[in-house]
Design a protein around this ligand. Structure first.
Ligand SMILES: C[S@@+](CC[C@H](N)C(=O)[O-])C[C@H]1O[C@@H](n2cnc3c(N)ncnc32)[C@H](O)[C@@H]1O
Length: 409
């Protein structure tokens, strides 16, 4: 079955399986063992329920996966817990009948949802509505599977039931998901968000987070944010006031020294400095058709722009597209290690690919702005402002909101 109209990753079922470490963190973050039914929609090879069954007893696990080869079906053979597996579409309108479980009765749910955009079906509106999430996405018919899976889990949980999720960066920190974060923190009790290191999932480098919430739990004043470090230790929790959750929920952003990231009174942002940020023009197919060089993210080699990309003023003026001039600062907009990809145009004019952002500020500020982006604080600001699923990316507004230490407006 063609499941998705457009996949944000390459796998049609969004099968990015959890490695053991993330499952352990998720299950232990959920706290006390539940008694009763635990569901896992999109169970894959059973990494999450497998870990839970090692820690929880007297639990009936119900797993669902659309992929008939998913290994969770074989958990039946492990005798010490009760497992029943169903090959089914977890977003099916008749899921309750198919798995023999009424909505509103599960004690807990575990889920690492697929990262795909399923074709819209009319009953999705009801799934979202039942979970009080129908207003959270600007274009409801484009709602991604991860949000639908959150909603479906919330429907199947009883009030007070715990939901342990593994979610991508976009939901935790993306601008488009502010309304979802607001709903999850006001309609439910969002307890913990733990940032995981990259490369914790098979087949993807995407950044992901463990999220634990209680369905319709009394809203807390603060949410505990943590980060799992590369050595396996967890940072001390950072208490984020609930009303700040709408902005973003990632530990690395909130623990960064405020002057490095947040615009605060007395601190001057690029926007305050009158900077403009523009995006380059040429897509990769257009680039290869151009008879002049176009600077791209793979062309950052040092502090400046290599000579091979220098165009004369007269040549640049014949190009019907945005280009950079001496003094412009270029920053990679997408890709890995984008915090290391910053350069200043020293000579000539430079045509830009659509993966490059051009920062233009008054000439007396070039030195300070460049110094900031080259500093540890600047790299951290770029790193924390960039988010996205699969590839990291940075928006024009995120750049303009960066505080440039030592500058006056
Ligand atoms: C990101 S993987 C997670 C697998 C497993 N829970 C883990 O953490 O390793 C998502 C899983 O969802 C399954 N899936 C995708 N679409 C589905 C659907 N509509 N209904 C049920 N399962 C689905 C995929 O086959 C895949 O096993």
């Amino acid at each position: 079955m063609a499941l998705a109209t457009a996949s944000r990753y390459s796998d049609p079922y969004g099968r990015y399986y959890t490695r053991g470490g993330a499952a352990e963190v998720l299950v232990s973050a959920m706290g006390r063992a539940p008694k009763g039914v635990v569901i896992d929609l999109g169970a894959g090879d059973g990494a999450l329920v497998g870990e839970a069954s090692r820690r929880w007893t007297d639990v009936r696990f119900i797993t669902v996966d659309i992929d008939k080869n998913a290994g969770s079906s074989r958990l039946l053979e492990q005798a010490n817990s009760s497992f029943s597996h169903h090959v089914a579409d977890a977003l099916d309108a008749q899921l309750a009948q198919k798995i023999g479980l009424d909505v509103g009765v599960a004690h807990s749910a575990l889920c690492n949802p697929p990262y795909i955009r399923p074709r819209w079906r009319s009953h999705f509106g009801q799934i979202l509505e039942d979970a009080r999430l129908s207003g959270v996405f600007p274009h409801i018919k484009c709602v991604p599977a991860d949000i639908l899976f959150i909603a479906q889990n919330l429907r199947f949980l009883r009030p007070g039931g715990k939901l342990g999720l593994i979610l991508p960066d976009g939901i935790i920190a993306g601008e488009k998901c502010g309304a979802l974060r607001h709903a999850l923190t006001t309609e439910h009790r969002l307890e913990r968000v733990i940032e995981l290191p990259r490369r914790m999932f098979h087949g993807t480098e995407a950044k992901a987070y463990v999220v634990v919430l209680t369905k319709q739990g009394k809203s807390a004043d603060v949410i505990a944010l943590q980060r799992l470090e590369a050595d396996g230790s967890l940072t001390r929790p950072l208490d984020l006031p609930v009303d700040e959750a709408i902005s973003r929920l990632d530990y690395s952003f909130h623990c960064a020294p405020a002057q490095d990231v947040f615009p605060r009174r007395g601190h001057v942002t690029l926007r305050d400095l009158g900077a403009t940020v523009a995006r380059g023009t040429f897509s990769s197919s257009e680039r290869s058709a151009c008879d002049f060089p176009v600077f791209h993210t793979t062309d950052f080699t040092g502090t400046g722009v290599p000579r091979a990309f220098h165009l004369s003023k007269a040549r640049a003026e014949t190009i019907d597209a945005l280009y950079a001039e001496p003094g412009d600062i270029l920053v990679a907009r997408v890709g890995r290690n984008l915090e290391e990809k910053v350069a200043i145009v020293e000579r000539g004019r430079v045509a830009l690919s659509d993966c490059i952002l051009r920062i233009r500020v008054a000439s007396e500020l070039h030195g300070e702005v460049l110094k900031f982006f080259r500093s540890q604080a600047g790299r951290l600001a770029l790193q924390t402002a960039s988010h996205g699923v699969g590839a990291k990316f940075i928006t024009r507004d995120a750049l303009l909101d960066m505080v440039i230490p030592g500058c006056r407006a």
